[in-house]
Write a protein that binds this ligand. Structure first.
Ligand SMILES: Cc1cc2nc3c(=O)[nH]c(=O)nc-3n(C[C@H](O)[C@H](O)[C@H](O)COP(=O)(O)OP(=O)(O)OC[C@H]3O[C@@H](n4cnc5c(N)ncnc54)[C@H](O)[C@@H]3O)c2cc1C
Length: 150
């Protein structure tokens, strides 16, 4: 096999960046992806869900038990207490440290920003406007949605 002529791109984490990775590979650029979490099959995750007690089925993060060496926030198990929050308003966030990341698990709701969302300052006097407008972003939304099967 011929040695690749191009330097490889190294990507840390295997979440939604997989979409970019595919484009690099299609362009003949070698890619090395480093992942902190385990690789687990869909079948195993579905099996985990099936075996959850009824009360836990409302929180699908329970299908992804943390490994001791790659913890993520979860209400019970190895990742319990992994995320340390302080202050009055705790933010109940979650993510998955597995091959595929949270992108392997997400709920599939795909909202776009509206043009007004990108002009909060000029329209409503709060926050900042985006550096470019919705029309510039739109083709990328379309490509991402196509990839995600929307
Ligand atoms: C339960 C749940 C439901 C969701 N539902 C929706 C939804 O419906 N709609 C929506 O828009 N968003 C949703 N989200 C959010 C969405 O899934 C995430 O915003 C998105 O997937 C994040 O992509 P990412 O590539 O930034 O991170 P991730 O997909 O989480 O990927 C990050 C990767 O990096 C790896 N990693 C971390 N640290 C290291 C390290 N030190 N070395 C190597 N690898 C490392 C992780 O293991 C992981 O694989 C949901 C999230 C969760 C948890």
């Amino acid at each position: 096999m011929a040695a690749p002529s191009q330097s490889p791109v190294v990507i840390v984490g295997t979440g939604v960046v997989g979409v970019v990775t595919e484009q690099l590979l299609d362009a003949g650029i070698p890619v090395l992806m480093l992942e902190a979490g385990p690789r687990v099959s869909r079948a195993e995750i579905v099996e985990n869900y099936r075996n959850l007690p009824l009360a836990a089925k409302g929180n699908p993060i329970e299908c992804y038990p943390s490994r001791e060496w790659a913890p993520h926030p979860e209400p019970a198990g190895a990742g319990k207490g992994y995320l340390q929050l302080s202050g009055e308003d705790s933010y109940a966030q979650s993510y998955v440290r597995y091959a595929g990341g949270s992108t392997w698990h997400w709920a599939g709701t795909c909202w776009r920003l509206t043009p007004a969302d990108m002009q909060l300052h000029s329209r409503y006097g709060v926050g900042r406007d985006w550096a470019f407008d919705y029309e510039t972003l739109e083709p990328y939304y379309a490509r991402a949605e196509y990839k995600l099967g929307i």
